[in-house]
Design a protein around this ligand. Structure first.
Ligand SMILES: [Zn+2]
Length: 161
């Protein structure tokens, strides 16, 4: 999944969480989601965030490989744990964005290693999309439309500021 699709699908999912009442759709929450949705690809020097990581992505990739430990349940759990230590809308957004990124990659052809570093096995559902392909473009637009729909229908925008 490309970075803008990660951001769009994660914000859509984050809006869904806000509708259930488990989060407030505040500005820090949304910014947190966008950042969290980019973070797992810090293991790929050519990713949006990797190109801005001042060389950190190269180091992480050489140690863990792309779509390794940063795309695991362990990493996601750790980010949620950090959120409980610094409990606010921004860190909650980061935790959700991070988890939604892994979920987004799960549906791609390459799958994700949920149990890294214990196992390198990559999991994926029977139906997957090709990264950067037509299906992903469709997912991107559906996520954008879905986000605006929820923003309007459930008046989430009233929580923004
Ligand atoms: Zn990824």
């Amino acid at each position: 999944m490309r970075y803008h699709t990660h951001i769009a699908t994660s914000i859509a999912a984050g809006a869904g969480v806000a509708i259930t009442g488990d989060a407030s759709f505040t500005f820090p929450y949304v910014v947190g989601i966008a950042i969290g949705a980019l973070l797992p690809d810090i293991d790929e020097p050519n990713s949006y965030i990797g190109r801005r990581s001042l060389g950190l992505a190269k180091v992480i990739k050489s140690i863990f490989g792309h779509r390794g430990i940063t795309h695991s349940i362990l990493a996601s759990g750790l980010i949620f744990y950090l959120h409980t230590m610094y409990n606010n809308d921004f860190t909650l957004g980061i935790a959700y964005g991070y988890a939604f990124h892994i979920l987004g990659d799960f549906f791609s052809k390459r799958g994700v290693p949920f149990f890294s570093p214990l196992s390198k096995k990559k999991f994926k559902p029977p139906l997957t999309y090709e990264t950067g392909g037509g299906a992903e473009t469709l997912i991107f637009y559906l996520a954008v439309i879905g986000s605006f729909y929820m923003l309007y229908k459930y008046q989430l925008y009233t929580q923004l500021f």
